[in-house]
Design a protein around this ligand. Structure first.
Ligand SMILES: Nc1ncnc2c1ncn2[C@@H]1O[C@H](COP(=O)(O)OP(=O)(O)OP(=O)(O)O)[C@@H](O)[C@H]1O
Ligand SMILES: [Mg+2]
Length: 328
């Protein structure tokens, strides 16, 4: 979809005044009733003709506020594409994407840039800190760019939660990888965004540093009421989340509330098998042989529709089949 077709009538900065029926709370932030982000029938096709790749097929998913959600799936299953479409970093081919109740397809390029700057936080695998700035200057950079004054109480809460008070005057080269990534997380949170998207934030870290980063992300959700969506390959990282949603071959195939690393690992093995079989499928199916693991194995397969249930909100599989993780 071309950005040129976007209507320019919506200003993401103008938030309705709170009222009894308003989805916005007294502080002007959307209430918990409206998901922080959602996709409706989202399809993403790269390229065209014979070389076209459908990276996402007709995905319905929503990410509730105040929750930590992990997105998992085999390599090439569409995790980064989904995150980029949700964050307005990439256009969608069909369907719609919302941040709060703002339909991204209705924004002009300028409005989209402002929305990303003010309402979305990003954390990448590479920490992307500016080497010439101190940790503190890196953290406040988004506010400086936006010309906004820091909310000192909020900054103090973020810096306290991230546990970096004694390192604020250091430059990135004087910090460990884990500390640098925690600075990047604090930078993502400093604008008090509606949602933080993190694409493999622990991909470059050892397990101890990874745990520090994940603990901070989880704390930002539990104690600072933030919303985090994280792509990860690591079942241990996923176990810090409140819920995991699984992609396979561009489709949403499963979800797991209160995940544990062991259960996530089992599910990933199954999905890897499925993806491998799908890749071999075209040749094999032409011989009349279907090598895919039996769909009877996956209770999320809808035999009436002949497809995987893709509505994350139905939670047709995870909630019923997985018991509580034992975590509070
Ligand atoms: N810019 C692009 N042009 C063409 N195809 C693309 C592009 N970006 C991604 N793809 C394809 O879309 C599919 C999904 O890619 P995506 O990067 O979302 O996967 P992923 O799940 O994030 O994988 P990984 O775990 O390896 O990061 C893949 O088949 C990929 O080759
Ligand atoms: Mg990726």
């Amino acid at each position: 979809m071309s950005r040129a077709g976007r209507a320019s009538g919506v200003d993401p900065h103008v938030r309705p005044v709170a009222s009894v029926d308003s989805p916005y709370g007294p502080d002007g932030r959307a209430s918990t009733k409206v998901p922080a982000a959602r996709a409706e029938r989202l399809t993403k096709v790269y390229g065209s003709g014979q070389t076209a790749v459908t990276a996402l097929h007709d995905i319905d998913v929503s990410f509730p506020r105040g929750r930590f959600t992990a997105i998992m799936g085999p390599s090439g299953s569409g995790k980064s594409t989904l995150m980029h479409c949700l964050a307005g970093l990439d256009t969608v081919t069909h369907g719609r994407v919302f941040i709060g109740d703002v339909d991204l397809s209705r924004l002009s390029d300028r409005q989209l840039t402002q929305l990303r700057r003010d309402r979305i936080g990003f954390v990448f695998q590479q920490f992307n800190l500016l080497p010439t700035l101190t940790a503190a200057e890196n953290i406040t950079l988004p506010l400086d760019i936006a010309g906004r004054k820091p909310d000192h109480d909020w900054m103090r809460a973020v810096i306290e939660a991230v546990g970096l008070s004694s390192r604020l005057r250091h430059r990135p080269t004087e910090l460990s990888g884990g500390q640098q990534q925690r600075v990047a997380c604090a930078r993502a949170l400093v604008t008090r965004p509606d949602i933080v998207f993190a694409d493999e934030p622990t991909g470059n870290l050892d397990s101890k540093s990874g745990t520090e980063v994940l603990s901070f992300l989880a704390r930002s959700v539990r104690e600072l009421d933030q919303t985090v969506v994280m792509v990860t390959h690591d079942p241990t990282a996923a176990s810090f989340s409140d819920e995991v949603v699984f992609l396979a071959d561009g489709r949403l195939v499963d979800s797991m509330p209160n995940p544990t690393a062991e259960r996530v690992l089992d599910r990933m093995k199954y999905l890897d098998q499925l993806q491998q079989a799908t890749e071999e499928d075209e040749d094999e199916l032409s011989d009349g042989f279907d090598p895919r693991p039996s769909r009877d194995d996956n209770p999320n397969y809808d035999h009436e529709d002949g497809d995987y249930r893709s509505d994350h909100d139905q939670r047709g599989y995870g909630s019923a089949d997985y018991g509580p993780s034992g975590r509070a």
